[in-house]
Design a protein around this ligand. Structure first.
Ligand code: NAG
Length: 138
């Protein structure tokens, strides 16, 4: 199976508070943005292609409504020295899981390029980006 077409997204801010609302909210509503902080993977972690890995996030700062929300994990990579981020939105690593759990097991795709600058984005209704890590063969 050929790996999915990556969608290129130009980030407004290169660091932690990556935010791209995936649903429009009517102006009259107060917008409450759920974007849980990712605690795993950590910087320079090594994921083996085809292995199973745990993604973790902080549930401490999530309010009751957020804890009833479901999440989405997607894989992405960045071009060194650029703000260009590529997110594989078509093949999420996990979707529709409860954010209250604080972790989800994902399967690392076999068919991805070897890179040292992968990251994951965890979406509530907005996304948080993890530190960068490597995906390679054993
Ligand atoms: C997502 O999960 C909820 C339960 O948390 C379920 O009711 C719903 O049908 C699921 N949606 C999809 C698209 O699988």
């Amino acid at each position: 199976m050929k790996f999915a077409v990556f969608i290129s997204i130009l980030l407004l801010a290169a660091t932690a508070s990556w935010a791209a609302p995936i649903a429009a909210t009517p102006d009259s509503e107060v917008q409450r943005v759920i974007s849980p902080h990712i605690t795993s993977p950590e910087q320079d972690d090594f994921w083996v292609k085809g292995s199973r890995q745990i993604v973790r996030w902080d549930t401490d700062k999530l309010d009751k409504e957020s804890l009833n929300s479901n999440g989405l994990v997607v894989l992405g990579w960045s071009e060194p020295g650029s703000d260009n981020e590529h997110l594989d939105l078509e093949n999420p690593l996990a979707s529709n899981f409860s954010l209250a759990e604080g972790w989800i097991e994902v399967e690392v795709p076999e068919e991805v390029e070897t890179r040292e600058n992968y990251f994951i984005v965890l979406f509530g209704d907005s996304g948080n980006i993890s530190p960068s890590f490597t995906i390679d063969q054993l």
